[in-house]
Design a protein. Sequence first.
Lengths: 201, 187
Amino acid sequence: MHVSEGVLSAPVLLGAAIPAAAGVAYGLKRLDAERLVQAGVMSAAFFVASLVHFPFGPGSVHLLLGGLLGAFLGWGAFPAIAVALLLQALLFQFGGLTTLGVNCLIMALPAVLCGTLVRRSLQGPGLGWRAFACGALSVALSAALFCLALLLSSRAFGGAALAVLAANLPVMLIEGLATAACVRFFQRVQPELLGAPGETA
Amino acid sequence: MNLRRWMGLFLLCFLLASARTGWAHKIALFAWEQDGRIHAEGRFYGGGMVREGQVRVLAPDGTLLLEGRTDEQGAFVFSPPRPGNLKLVLLSGDGHRSEFDFEAGPALPETPSPQPAPQEDASVPSPDVLRVEIEAALEKKLTPVLKALAEERERVRFQQVLAGLGYIAGLVGVGCWLASRRRKPQP
């Protein structure tokens, strides 16, 4: 899911970097001190998750955990993902420095949007299903944004974009299950972790 | 917030990282010369070969010399379009890209022979012939080693994962310190 350097056109890179930077800034503003450690742990989980990959078709797919970060951190997912992506680019050469903005937007925006599915309400019998949808949809949205970025750069990527979408179907299932399990567990054990920052203060 | 529980989660991340530090999801390109042709090979980490990947052969200054696609085995074999160093670029089509700088060996025929007087003894091959043969033999022996080295260089190591987790822990520390400074003026 990481776009490599030198693949996308400059307008796409720049056009994605600006909203990504705004998202990180807003996320930092919304992240209060009590949630810093949590954000760090989620960032570490995201950082490591990309190493867990499954061979699929011609390539391989890896975990994202975007939905999980969005469910726990809300807008705080933006800085958490940005830090993890920066370290992945520097240490593993996943993605790259010039593609940091576009990669951040691809992974963090769906995380925040889908996270609201869980954060909207922590009660009700539908929480598990909403958490599943949060995990699965964030992967689907990320894959769609990824394809959009490729297509905006060059029409030649059309076939590949479809392949990326198909390859991420099993990831959607896995992430949905993982997110549902995590959310259900923490809702039972420590529900304040899932609450919006304002609610706990 | 139970700090001990968070430390436990951090530990979990470390364990997860140690369990699986294999190939990462990106592509790698490696090329070597054999029998006067250049063999390029692209592979996905954690998966198979890059099939139908676009290979571009560029001059060091960036001009496109040759273009082609990898076969079912992820290989692309071509005759060097011109002597000298080349830059190879592999695009897998799904947003992944890898480069390889191919360094051509010394141009053998152009090197002036230091001894202009040739030895008349027919049983001893001339220095030029010897050098070509040694080069060929070395190339054969070294190719797998170079391939392994190139793969090793791209490998994600446990230390790098630890470094990343350490950075994140450090950033959280800096954030907490800043937050505590902000809170201090209030009694």
